[in-house]
Design a protein around this ligand. Structure first.
Ligand SMILES: Cc1cc2nc3c(=O)[nH]c(=O)nc-3n(C[C@H](O)[C@H](O)[C@H](O)COP(=O)(O)OP(=O)(O)OC[C@H]3O[C@@H](n4cnc5c(N)ncnc54)[C@H](O)[C@@H]3O)c2cc1C
Length: 380
């Protein structure tokens, strides 16, 4: 057990921080207005390999592992979680392909997404809900092809060119399977972007599939493996979400330290008020707990050959960090008094971003039921 970053991880952390401060921070107003990531930021992330840190170098990834990924994403998200999301969704899709794609699919699709030529997406949620049992999108086998029809809801980054993994019900078995589709192929279209209250930068749309034809070999894994593929992919996806909301905790912490030091009240800085010191210590304590839990999740993914099996740990980590991020953002606003509610104060943006955490990639209520099943099964 070693609780410290390697030299390489420290370098990745510093590189991500420098990039976030020098390239993303100055563009924040533009990102907020245009609801999109400027091309030069995408290009910069591409050059630094930020879009593919945990993915194996055999398929064009950086091969830096999940611990480095967590450390880097935390820093990017501390400046803009909306930008960090494009990294996490790309790595989410890439991880599903890396774990379950055939060699041919990996060769065809992974290097483009690793190199930033394409951005991957992954689509599970439908208008009825995010529970996989509610999936109605169909994949009907016709000879050597599958024909996909259905609607996917709230899909991140599906307006970028590149592959998207669509989870649909396979016609012969009635089971859920993952299929790789090229965005904007015939029959693929998207809605207007959803107008989110936060996480600006990476838009989210509905995806419409109308008689989309793909080769049967674009299915991930084998028939009857689909549910496992979905669960294991989501487990790795949660590393990204956990790291992003760890980044918002770090941002709130840093904003509070700065503000409490600068703000003079009754002739002295806020840092000298004991009650407020307690609030800051509370944030520091929560940041430490969240940080080590997230780093540990990266470690578990790196150490585990069957990476997707970290299902319980990823759910626990995601729940703890996203709930903690909301608590911390609330305390941070409190420390800022009424200023914290003003648009031009960063903590108000942190609040609007943070509130997304418990709702995304499986609501925390749903995850509790997943973990409960696992824990109670082991008790027997
Ligand atoms: C910014 C953002 C990006 C997203 N990106 C993507 C994406 O790229 N791909 C994708 O597929 N989806 C994406 N989503 C969708 C997101 O993952 C789902 O919306 C989320 O998991 C919640 O599902 P839902 O909206 O269907 O809520 P529902 O599943 O409809 O839940 C409704 C309510 O029921 C509760 N509930 C549901 N199941 C249970 C249970 N078993 N036990 C107790 N309570 C339960 C929930 O907690 C909630 O209160 C994104 C959403 C957002 C906000």
């Amino acid at each position: 057990m070693e609780f410290k970053l390697t030299k390489e991880q420290e370098l990745i952390q510093k590189t991500a921080r420098d990039f976030a401060e020098k390239s993303i921070e100055p563009a924040i107003d533009r990102i907020m207005k245009e609801h999109a990531i400027p091309q030069e930021i995408l290009d910069g992330m591409k050059e630094l390999d930020l879009l593919c840190l945990p993915i194996s170098d055999a398929y064009g990834g950086a091969g830096a592992g999940y611990q480095s990924y967590v450390v880097a994403l935390e820093q990017i998200a501390s400046v803009s979680p909306g930008v960090a999301i494009v990294i996490s969704v790309n790595c989410f899709g890439l991880a599903a392909l890396e774990m379950f794609g055939s060699e041919e699919l990996k060769q065809r699709y992974m290097s483009g997404a690793c190199r930033g030529k394409h951005i991957m997406s992954i689509a599970m949620t439908e208008p009825e809900g995010a529970d996989p049992r509610l999936i109605k999108t169909t994949a009907v086998r016709e000879g050597d092809e599958y024909v996909l029809n259905g609607t996917k809801r709230f899909i991140t980054a599906c307006g970028y060119e590149g592959p998207i993994v669509i989870f649909a019900r396979e016609s012969d078995t009635g089971q859920i399977c993952g299929f790789v589709v090229e965005k904007f192929c015939e029959g693929y279209s998207i809605s207007e972007p959803w107008e989110k209250m936060g996480l600006q930068g990476t838009p989210m749309y509905d995806v419409y599939l109308k008689d989309v034809r793909i080769p049967a070999s674009n299915m991930l894994g084998k028939l009857n493996q689909g549910f496992r593929i979905l669960k294991n992919s989501i487990a790795l996806g949660k590393i990204g979400i956990s790291s992003i909301f760890l980044g918002t905790i770090l941002a709130a912490y840093e904003e509070c330290l700065k503000y409490a030091d600068e703000r003079i009240y009754l002739g002295k800085p806020l840092t000298q008020f004991q009650y407020l010191q307690g609030d800051i210590v509370d944030i520091a304590m929560k940041y430490e707990a969240a940080r080590w839990l997230a780093y540990r999740l990266g470690y578990l993914a790196d150490m585990n050959e069957d990476k997707g099996t970290i299902i319980k740990d990823s759910a626990l980590t995601k729940m703890f960090i996203t709930n903690t991020a909301v608590d911390v953002a609330r305390t941070a606003i409190n420390i800022h008094g009424s200023y914290g509610l003003m648009e031009n104060y960063k903590v108000s943006r942190i609040w609007r971003d943070t509130i997304f955490g418990p709702q995304t990639e499986g609501t925390n209520a749903l995850l509790k039921s997943v973990v409960a099943m696992d824990i109670l099964k082991r008790q027997k």
